[in-house]
Design a protein around this ligand. Structure first.
Ligand code: CMP
Length: 385
């Protein structure tokens, strides 16, 4: 018998990805099966055998959605990992969340069609809202929302310019073309169709200007359309890049704060370093550094463990320690092999950023250099022994 916590993880996909890849993609597969059945059913004769099978699939998928919604409500109190103060509160939180609303819509889709008194096949069309489940299940949704929020003011300005050009283009086209093409350009609303098709660079070609002024106008409107859409794409791309950088900053900040080596630094210094470091999750047994190779980065251990394979005694490096600094400091090949012996999180500082840090935060590099020199002396002594 599955516990409520296990059911919570199953239906809310928390941890499912780690447990089984199949479980992680199962909700998407079910949703896809339902949607394909709805779509395919529209091209098949009513009451045929295939129609019955497809309708059966749609109903089965709906039943699964109903069951999953009920289980999600029931298991919602497990959300915090421990028993929350009020189970009812946790359930309401889930039902009021964006995901909860999407789940509810998926459940209500078919009954809405039935209640509207539509024939079975038309009632099924409501199931197209199941496509929202893809958004619900995508972890990128919150990223997308943040990006749109970040880019909103700039996007609104571009849309405003779009509408201004649209109106001016439609008015001028009406003035230039109304005599030559009284049907297509009989009024500004009619001309608006040509303007939007041209400005969006779609160009169906169903309505085309025939006067010389009309054609010159069309050329400008087409170029304007390209400029507007490239601006639009540029704004969204920049917002994406900024948002990803912000996430990287926050995630790395948390990791940097865990490393004792950086804990004595002030916020300004940490902010400086966070921008230069990249987190890397490494599984046990990975060779991070190979003896004799050229070195292009050094590593700080946030969690886990690494071993410098020195003879006669390997040296174990614990969280807070760093390695790979000697090649960067002294320009020598890697002095020994370093293997990660437990699943670890490392912060990587590459050579260019190491040099930059040396200029900006010499006090930090001095500590690394002192340790590098000490290790070099220890190794030299061991070699002579
Ligand atoms: P590097 O020579 O770039 O690559 C191998 C790394 O192993 C080295 O930098 C040090 O960071 C680490 N290392 C080498 N010798 C020792 C030692 N005696 N004690 C701890 N770490 C060492």
């Amino acid at each position: 018998m599955l516990s409520r916590a296990a059911i919570y993880r199953l239906v809310h996909r928390r941890g499912a990805a780690q447990e089984s890849r199949f479980l992680a993609v199962l909700p998407d597969l079910i949703c896809t099966a339902g949607l394909l059945a709805v779509i395919a059913d529209t091209g098949i004769g009513a009451r045929s055998r295939a129609d019955l099978v497809l309708s059966g699939i749609v109903t089965a998928v709906w039943c699964l959605f109903v069951a999953a919604y009920a289980l999600r409500i029931w298991s919602a109190p497990e959300a915090s990992g421990e028993r929350v103060a009020s189970a009812a509160r946790a359930r309401l939180d889930y039902m009021g969340s964006a995901g909860g609303w999407i789940d509810l819509m998926a459940v209500l889709a078919l009954p809405a069609g039935w209640l509207a008194g539509l024939p079975e096949r038309d009632a099924q069309l409501f199931a197209i809202v199941w496509a929202l489940k893809y958004i619900r299940q995508s972890s990128g949704l919150s990223l997308l929302l943040r990006v749109m929020r970040r880019a909103l003011p700039a996007l609104v300005s571009v849309v405003t310019v779009f509408f201004v050009i649209l109106l001016i283009a439609a008015t001028l086209a009406y003035v230039f073309e109304r005599e030559a093409q009284p049907n297509a350009f009989s009024s500004i609303p009619h001309a608006l169709w040509w303007a939007i098709v041209t400005l969006s660079t779609t160009g169906y070609g169903d309505v085309v200007p025939v006067t010389i002024w009309g054609r010159m106008l069309a050329a400008w409107v087409m170029v304007g359309g390209i400029v507007i859409f490239s601006l639009w794409a540029g704004i969204i791309a920049t917002a994406f890049a900024e948002e990803l950088q912000r996430r990287h900053f926050l995630r790395t900040w948390d990791l940097v704060a865990e490393v004792p080596f950086f804990q004595t630094l002030g916020a300004a210094a940490i902010a400086d370093i966070v921008r230069l470091l990249h987190a890397r999750h490494v599984s046990a047994g990975t060779v991070v550094i190979r003896e004799g190779e050229a070195g292009d980065s050094m590593y700080f251990i946030v969690s886990g463990e690494a071993t410098a394979m020195l003879a006669p005694e390997p040296v174990t490096l614990k969280p807070g320690a760093f390695f790979g600094e000697m090649a960067l400091l002294f320009g020598t090949p890697r002095s020994t092999t370093v293997v990660v012996t437990e699943p670890s999180v490392l912060l990587v500082l590459d050579v260019a950023d190491f040099r930059m840090l040396a200029g900006r935060r010499p006090e930090l590099i001095n500590v690394i250099e002192a340790e590098g020199r000490r290790r070099r002396e220890v190794n030299a002594a061991l070699q002579h022994a």
